[in-house]
Design a protein around this ligand. Structure first.
Ligand SMILES: C[S@@+](CC[C@H](N)C(=O)[O-])C[C@H]1O[C@@H](n2cnc3c(N)ncnc32)[C@H](O)[C@@H]1O
Length: 227
């Protein structure tokens, strides 16, 4: 009798975790299949409260940790850093743990910003849209970091014009970019154009990897540029 009960508990645990995996995988697909910016924004606003639990626990999200490994090699503590497309602030938390405290967050989703504010790691948080003019002075950040934002149906390649403008000469822009967006959404051309115009210099790129366990099959690389 006891064995049957234990078997039933084990079976219901397995079913619970299987369902959770499917829900999270579907959620990533759901984001990636947004038809336009309006729908993407609505979906992030809806997802904001569950994002951390879904990605970190359900999906082994490693974007912030992976990017932080590169970030610390280029950016000294004390730097003023913009986390562009900060989402719920997971990158800010990773950076704060590494001793970076002059952090500013932007995102186009107010729901995500509200979650990021609860982390208490950012000095300022602003709703701003990448790809449009950013309300920051020229040359005002020592570094910019952006994780999971340059990928299918997300921020456009033209975002880098403004990110370069607000980075101090000698400062760094460190971001993840999906290999699919690099090839097919104008990023390859934009990154090369900025380099040939002398606006920035490529320092390093990482290996291709998934940011989450299955990652909806989308591979990313970390790119590091100096302005
Ligand atoms: C996959 S999440 C990554 C969030 C966070 N950087 C992280 O690593 O957890 C992508 C974020 O980019 C934001 N985003 C997408 N397109 C954007 C745009 N054009 N301008 C600003 N934020 C954007 C979304 O609202 C979302 O918070």
């Amino acid at each position: 009798m006891l064995r049957v009960r234990r078997f039933r508990v084990l079976l219901s645990d397995l079913l619970f975790y299987y369902r959770k995996e499917v829900i999270v995988e579907n959620r990533v697909q759901w984001i990636y299949t947004s038809r336009d910016d309006k729908e993407l924004l609505e979906r992030y606003n809806q997802w904001a409260k569950d994002y951390d639990a879904d990605l970190e626990q359900g999906h082994e999200y490693q974007g912030p940790q992976l990017t932080a490994e590169f970030f610390t090699r280029y950016v000294p503590n004390g730097a003023r850093v913009l986390d562009a497309g900060a989402g719920t602030g997971l990158m800010g938390v990773a950076l704060a743990e590494l001793g970076y405290h002059d952090l500013v967050a932007t995102d186009f989703s107010q729901g995500m910003i509200d979650e990021a504010r609860k982390k208490n790691v950012y000095q300022e948080l602003h709703q701003m849209v990448l790809g449009k003019p950013l309300d920051f002075a020229t040359d005002c950040f020592d570094a910019i970091v952006s994780v999971g934002v340059f990928t299918g149906a997300h921020a456009p390649a033209s975002s880098f014009d403004e990110l370069v403008r607000i980075t101090k000469p000698g400062g760094h822009i460190i971001f993840t970019l999906s290999t699919e967006a690099y090839e097919n959404s104008g990023f390859k051309e934009k990154l090369f154009a900025l380099e040939s115009e002398g606006k920035w210099k490529l320092m390093e790129t990482s290996q291709k990897q998934l940011l989450t366990k299955e990652g909806a099959g989308v591979y990313h690389q970390v790119w590091i540029y100096q302005v």
